[in-house]
Design a binder for this molecule. Structure first.
Ligand code: MN
Length: 519
């Protein structure tokens, strides 16, 4: 159904900036780098890696993503202030493809109550800051914050002026998720008709999901000529989140006949990217989520199943393979060698160092002893833990649990803390509680457990359990992961992983908690 005049829509991924503003989803530099590399494999056009001015951690993340990731343009957000824009440039300079994204509100509500500026002052500032950013880079994007609640006539005036000043992309945010699809489409049409130099810039959209319309609004804008969509993996982001990248990409791909538009996204990477972002941010995907939910391709109605068996297209508008969802495949057995292992890891898209390879291979061999068959998902979990490893103050050496009916759950834990071996026994309400209480006492951790979740990585009772925990201490949160065929051991590993992250971040004084008012 592809026609010759299919328009290519640019995908601007803001998982690492707006997505990170999801409550509790703060990521460290190593985690951001892992996601950025996967976004490059997914084929996004632009990665917004952070907001360089906001914290040393964000600055470092932008810098490292820009220096390391090949393919996409790397962007930093900056308020319309010289110090913000200069800081963005310092993080980006030297990298091959970079963009500065600056923003200022255009709605009277924001200008009057938040910025205390007149319309004339805001227009003048926007123009000056676009010019200032152009002094550093050729690729500048400007966003009039709260555009959907701005006076359209004033919005057009600002857009014309910033395009004249050198903005190559003008991004129209529905900052508070207020717009309706037809209305938002008409706003984009208005820009194309009323802004005299609109063809000299790419019109972008950035929609929030407060009323569940982020994707619908974005697609309505594409129909009216928008050439870039800003979105996040799994739709994470401030409040109810952003437009979901996977829904935009599959919506356009599946209905190319209707939209006359497509993206350069390699959709076969969607499922993997979604799992990685969910794992790193600790944000679980609802089972009925479009495209990437666990049930998105599960047909249970008898009538539907009957149709599918006769002919797939009766009820299937997308193939699960198209998002990279394949039946769990057995990839390694007990006797597979190191060479086969490295090959599989590289096929999964990772490039581990020699040391990371060694650690991961040791774990895989141990796992093969425990469960005999190793699936792609098992490998992914192990390699992602070993590649994104942070220095560990506390290491689990041994864990014994006694529990069952009519017993007080008791844990005996052996830890290596700063190189010293310590053993202690304690009790709790259940085996996990006993282990956590004992570890907390041994490490003197003052953190609170905000959430705890366990899931099986593959099917079968011998599957690895993956545990995710979120801890909070002094306003900082950390997400820990642990995988093991024993879920109590996995729980202890996850808890220690989070404790180690909190200690690491505190020692680096890289505060991932930040936030000022953003688009
Ligand atoms: Mn936003």
């Amino acid at each position: 159904m592809a026609s010759n005049n299919t328009r290519m829509i640019r995908i601007f991924d803001t998982t690492l900036r707006d997505g990170e503003q999801s409550p509790g989803a703060s990521m460290n530099v190593e985690e951001k780098l892992m996601i950025a590399k996967q976004l490059a494999r997914l084929g996004v056009d632009v990665i917004e890696a952070g907001f360089a001015y906001s914290s040393p951690g964000d600055f470092e993340a932008v810098r490292q993503v820009a220096q390391t990731v090949e393919g996409p343009t790397v962007c930093s957000l900056a308020r319309a202030k010289p110090e913000d824009i200069t800081r963005a440039w310092e993080a980006l300079k030297g990298a091959p493809k970079v963009r500065i994204h600056t923003f200022l509100s255009t709605s009277d509500i924001h200008l009057k109550h938040q910025f205390r500026m007149t319309r004339d002052e805001a227009l003048k500032r926007a123009v000056e800051m676009v010019r200032f950013a152009r002094g550093y880079v050729d690729d500048v994007e400007f966003s009039p914050m709260d555009a959907s609640r701005s006076d359209p006539a004033y919005l057009y005036e600002v857009l014309e002026a910033v395009i004249e000043a050198g903005a190559g992309t003008v991004n129209i945010p529905d900052t508070v998720g207020y717009a309706a699809p037809q209305e938002f489409g008409l706003l984009i049409r208005g820009i194309r008709e009323k802004v005299r130099n609109s063809t000299q810039a790419v019109i972008s959209v950035h929609c929030h999901n407060d009323l569940g319309l982020a994707v619908a609004n974005s697609l309505a804008a594409v129909l009216e000529g928008a050439g870039q969509v800003e979105c996040t993996i799994n739709g994470i982001g401030e409040r109810a989140g952003n437009a979901a990248l996977e829904e935009i990409a599959m919506g356009l791909r599946t209905r190319k006949d209707f939209y006359g538009a497509d993206t350069a996204i390699r959709t076969e990477e969607i499922s993997k990217t979604s799992r990685l972002v969910s794992k790193i941010t600790g944000m679980v995907i609802q089972p009925n989520k479009a495209i990437v939910g666990a049930n998105a391709f599960a047909h249970t109605s008898g009538i539907h199943q009957d149709g599918l068996l006769k002919e797939k297209s009766t009820y299937e508008i997308m193939r699960p393979e198209s998002i990279g969802l394949v039946q769990s495949t057995l990839i390694m057995g007990k006797l597979s060698g190191r060479h086969a292992f490295r090959k599989r890891i590289e096929e999964l898209g990772y490039k581990p160092s020699e040391e990371e390879m060694n650690r991961a291979f040791e774990r895989v061999k141990k796992l093969a002893d425990q469960k005999k068959e190793i699936y792609e998902e098992d490998l992914e979990v192990i390699i992602s833990e070993e590649v994104a490893r942070i220095p560990e103050r506390v290491v689990l050496k041994a864990l014994q649990i006694e529990s069952g009916t009519n017993r007080v759950p008791t844990a005996t834990v052996e830890l290596e803390i700063d190189g010293r071996l310590v053993t202690q026994t304690g009790t709790g309400d259940g085996p996990v509680d006993a282990a956590y209480r004992t570890i907390a006492a041994m490490t003197q951790a003052k953190s609170h457990l905000l959430s705890y979740a366990v899931k099986a990585i593959t099917g079968g009772t011998d599957a690895q359990g993956e545990v995710s925990v979120r801890l909070e201490e002094g306003g900082k949160t950390a997400i820990g992961h642990g995988a093991d065929t024993d879920i109590i051991v996995a729980s202890a590993k996850a808890y220690l992983n989070a404790i180690n992250k909190l200690a690491f971040w505190t020692s680096k004084e890289a505060d991932p908690a930040k936030k000022v008012g953003l688009i």
